[in-house]
Ligand binder design. Structure first.
Ligand code: PMP
Length: 360
C-alpha cells in the first residue's frame, strides 16, 4: 500500500491512524457483530458514539455550557441559507464581510431572504487581504455579522476574530475549524462542513449560542430550523451516522495529539516553512498580504504559467497529489489541514526547489 501526500482542499486528507481504526472496526464494531453504518441511530450503541463525539468536541474547543452543538447535513452551502432563515427577521438586515468567493456565496444566498449590508469588500484587490477594520461600515441594527475566517480558495485567514460590538458574530469556519484554539464565546454561531478538518463529507457542524435558537421564520422548513436540531439531539431524522462516528474518531485523535494548542503549533510551523520557501524562491509567488496568509490553504503561482501542467505532472509522479488551484483562480494550492504531516510539507518544498532549479 502506498499512501500519497494529498494536498486537496476538501474532501481532504484524514489521519492514517483514524482510517486504520475505522478499518479495524468496520465489520465488527466493538464485538457487536455489525458495523456502525448498520446500527439504528436511536440504539444505545450509536447514541453512545454520538454523545462521546460531542463531549470530545466540547473538550477540544472548550465550548461553553450555553452553546449547543448540532450535527447537520447539507454542507456549509446549506448554512448560507439556514443562517438567514433562522437569524434574519423579515424586514431586517444583516452585515456581511466580503473577503473571497465563499463570503460572496454566503452573501448571495442571504440576499434571497432579506437585506444584506456588505460591510467591506476586498474584491477590488483580488481578495489578497482583509479590508482594514477602520473602513468597515457596520450597521448598528444588523441582526448579525457574518464573515469567513478562512477563505479556502484565495488563502486569506483572520488570525483573530473581529470585534463587532454586541452583534452576534457568525463564522463560516469550514476550512479552519480545529486548526487552533478559539474563544467560542466570541461567536453567536459557528458552522463548518466536515470534509476538511472534521471528517468525511456529508456532515456539517454547527455551534450556536442558546439564545439564538427559536427565532426561525414561520415559513422555515423543519429541517432547516436550528431549534429542531437542538430539541432532538440532532436526530429529528436519521443523521449521517458514519460521518458522525468518524468525526468522533478524529476528535479522539486530536485530543491524543495534545489538542488544539498542539495542532496550532504544528500548523503554524508547516505554513511558515512553506511561505518562507515560496518568498525566498524567486520562482513561486503567493500574493496574499503577509498578516492575512492562511495556515490551511497556501495558493501559489509559478513564474511561468506555461510550466503549470509540467509542475503538476511531476508532483503527481513524486506522490504529491491534488496541488492544482481552484478552477476559478488557477495556479497551485497546497492545503495543509491537521492531518497533513510535516513530512508532506518537507517533501513538497523539496520537489518545488528541484523543479525551480530545473526550470528557473
Ligand atoms: N465555505 C468554505 C469556506 C468552503 O471552503 C467551502 C467548501 N470548500 C464551502 C463553504 C462549501 O462547503 P460545502 O461543499 O460543504 O457546501
Amino acid at each position: 500500500m502506498t499512501r500519497v501526500f494529498n494536498f486537496s482542499a476538501g474532501p481532504a486528507v484524514l489521519p492514517e491512524a483514524v482510517l486504520e481504526r475505522a478499518r479495524d472496526e468496520l465489520l465488527d464494531w466493538h464485538g457487536h457483530g455489525l458495523s456502525v453504518m448498520e446500527m439504528s441511530h436511536r440504539g444505545k450503541d450509536f447514541v453512545g458514539i454520538a454523545e462521546k463525539a460531542e463531549a470530545d468536541l466540547r473538550r477540544l474547543l472548550d465550548v461553553p455550557a450555553d452553546y449547543r452543538v448540532l450535527f447537520v447535513q447539507g454542507g456549509a452551502s446549506q448554512q448560507f441559507a439556514m443562517v438567514p432563515l433562522n437569524l434574519l427577521p423579515e424586514g431586517g438586515s444583516a452585515d456581511y464581510l466580503d473577503t473571497g468567493t465563499w463570503s460572496d456565496k454566503a452573501i448571495e444566498e442571504a440576499a434571497r431572504f432579506g437585506r444584506v449590508n456588505v460591510v467591506a469588500s476586498s474584491r477590488a484587490t483580488h481578495y489578497t487581504g482583509i479590508p482594514p477594520r477602520a473602513a468597515w461600515r457596520l450597521d448598528p441594527d444588523a441582526a448579525y455579522v457574518h464573515y469567513t475566517p478562512n477563505e479556502t480558495i484565495v488563502g486569506v485567514e483572520f488570525h483573530e476574530p473581529p470585534d463587532v460590538g454586541g452583534r452576534p458574530l457568525v463564522a463560516d469556519m469550514s476550512s479552519t475549524i480545529l486548526s487552533r484554539p478559539i474563544d467560542v464565546s466570541r461567536f453567536g454561531l459557528i458552522y463548518a462542513g466536515a470534509q476538511k478538518n472534521i471528517g468525511p463529507a456529508g456532515l456539517t457542524l454547527v455551534i450556536v449560542r442558546e439564545d439564538l435558537l427559536g427565532r426561525a421564520r414561520a415559513a422555515c422548513p423543519t429541517m432547516l430550523d436550528y431549534a429542531v436540531f437542538a430539541r432532538n439531539g440532532s436526530m429529528y431524522n436519521t443523521p449521517p451516522t458514519f460521518g458522525w462516528y468518524l468525526a468522533g474518531l478524529i476528535f479522539e485523535w486530536l485530543l491524543a495529539q495534545g489538542g488544539l494548542p498542539a495542532m496550532a503549533e504544528r500548523n503554524a510551523r508547516k505554513a511558515r516553512k512553506l511561505y518562507a520557501y515560496i518568498d525566498a524562491s524567486g520562482f513561486y509567488v503567493n500574493p496574499v498580504e503577509v498578516a492575512s496568509r492562511s495556515w490551511m490553504n497556501v495558493p501559489f503561482r509559478l513564474a511561468d504559467e506555461s510550466l503549470d501542467a509540467r509542475f503538476l505532472q511531476g508532483a503527481q509522479a513524486a506522490g504529491l497529489h491534488n496541488l492544482a488551484g481552484h478552477r476559478i483562480v488557477g495556479g497551485m494550492r497546497a492545503s495543509l489541514y491537521n492531518a497533513m504531516p510535516e513530512a508532506g510539507v518537507d517533501a513538497l518544498i523539496a520537489y518545488m526547489r528541484d523543479f525551480a532549479q530545473r526550470h528557473g
